[in-house]
Write a protein that binds this ligand. Structure first.
Ligand SMILES: Cc1cc2nc3c(=O)[nH]c(=O)nc-3n(C[C@H](O)[C@H](O)[C@H](O)COP(=O)(O)OP(=O)(O)OC[C@H]3O[C@@H](n4cnc5c(N)ncnc54)[C@H](O)[C@@H]3O)c2cc1C
Length: 366
């Protein structure tokens, strides 16, 4: 089998300040950076990323069996470097296979098929589009969605920049983004469902940059266009026991995770929703105890019971347990501090993510 190879060489004078963070990010995709000569080699199910951590000549290489996988490895490397090496202003250009590739393979222009209310606070939008196979690959469950708005009625859509990452030809017409989860994907049929929590404050004329995702879902009509980039996010590690929790923003992701767990998986899933009528029927292994918490009038983000339940759940001794949590940022911090700080668990054993932040728009959308 022939392997596609490409590389980018950078000068990163302050590399030592952020090398551990960069390595940590690459390792968060459930891999380990193994030394090979002067290099660190990260092996993913879909290829290899190799970095030579030399500030004068930082070499990053991508290796994969086909173009789509090579683009994914390039993306993982370029995003990590852009994120941590900002102070060094790296100018990433690639040489080797697909060097002149201008395909932005992680972008699709989708259209609304229909929207329906599935519970009082959750609206499902079915999107249709072409060539969706990659959105079921690479272990990521999420997408960045770009919404046409009153302010940006006719958006431009991204193309690939020289670094392989999205480039917007006209920043003024770049539509605002929010992060959502692919609740269900049928690549064969060309459909994708996204479940939107519909929440206030309502945005509108006084705050046009607020609640763009929620408002878009509420008014979505057949044929409406929306751009998506992805898939985003890290894969869920394999374990025997799972300790999981989320509020309604994490429910689409948790539902997908539960559907895919091995039938002999055991553990708990604690889910906070506004009220009983917001519960959903979940498909989960018999050994996973599903426990619903209702806020019953308490504002989202104000209810402490979810984080308290997760922190009070005993962590089994003997390993092979995975902790997953997604909710408001403060609750996620509490659970992360408990798992990583108090229990001293590793990054490969837990993932506690803030999916939204009280009083702040567009969490993780940039
Ligand atoms: C990886 C990931 C996956 C996600 N998946 C989903 C998903 O599948 N479905 C989903 O609905 N959300 C999901 N979210 C959360 C979603 O991105 C945020 O809730 C986002 O802020 C919603 O955008 P908005 O335009 O409606 O509100 P924004 O404009 O971002 O926020 C406006 C105001 O509303 C508040 N707010 C935002 N979200 C909520 C909420 N849920 N409840 C109450 N107040 C809120 C904010 O604090 C702010 O004050 C995900 C987030 C991440 C990071």
């Amino acid at each position: 089998m022939s392997i596609l190879l490409c590389q980018s060489v950078l000068v990163l004078p302050t590399l030592e300040n952020y090398l551990p963070a960069l390595v940590d990010r690459l390792e968060s995709f459930h891999t380990k950076g193994l030394p090979e000569g002067q290099d660190l080699v990260f092996t993913f199910p879909f290829g290899r990323a190799i970095v030579r951590p030399d500030p004068e000549r930082f070499v990053m290489r991508a290796e994969a069996a086909d173009a789509e996988r090579l683009r994914r490895i390039k993306e993982i490397l370029a995003v990590a470097v852009q994120l941590y090496a900002r102070a060094d202003k790296p100018d990433i250009t690639w040489a080797g296979d697909l060097a002149d590739d201008t395909t932005l393979s992680n972008f699709r222009l989708m259209h609304v098929d229909y929207a329906q209310q599935i519970t009082p606070h959750m609206r499902r939008v079915r999107l249709v589009g072409a060539d969706l196979k990659r959105f079921g690959e690479f272990g990521g469950l999420h997408i960045r969605m770009f919404f046409p708005t009153v302010a940006v009625r006719e958006p431009v859509w991204p193309i690939a920049g020289a670094n392989g990452l999205p480039f917007w030809p006209d920043e003024a017409r770049k539509p605002p983004a929010r992060v959502y989860t692919i609740r269900q994907l049928d690549a064969g049929a060309g459909t994708m469902d996204v479940d939107f929590v519909v929440h206030g404050p309502s945005g509108g004329e006084d705050a046009p940059d607020q609640c763009i995702g929620s408002n878009w879902a509420l008014s979505a009509q057949q044929g409406d266009a929306v751009g998506i980039l992805g898939p985003l996010g890290r894969p869920i590690a394999n374990a025997k026991t799972y300790i999981m929790g989320c509020d309604e923003t994490g429910l689409p992701a948790l539902s997908r995770i539960l559907e895919r767990l091995p039938t002999d998986a055991v553990g708990t899933a604690t889910i906070e929703v506004a009220e009983r009528s917001d519960e959903q029927v979940l498909v989960a292994p018999k050994g996973i105890a599903v426990n619903w918490i209702h806020r019953n009038g308490v504002a989202a983000g104000d209810h402490a019971a979810l984080a308290e339940t997760l922190c009070a759940t005993p962590w089994p001794s003997g390993g092979e347990c995975y902790g997953w949590f997604a909710a408001e940022a403060e609750a996620a911090k509490r659970v992360r501090d408990h798992w990583r700080g108090t229990l001293q668990l590793g990054r490969d054993e837990t993932l506690a993510a803030g999916y939204w932040k009280r009083g702040s728009a567009a969490t993780m959308a940039a």
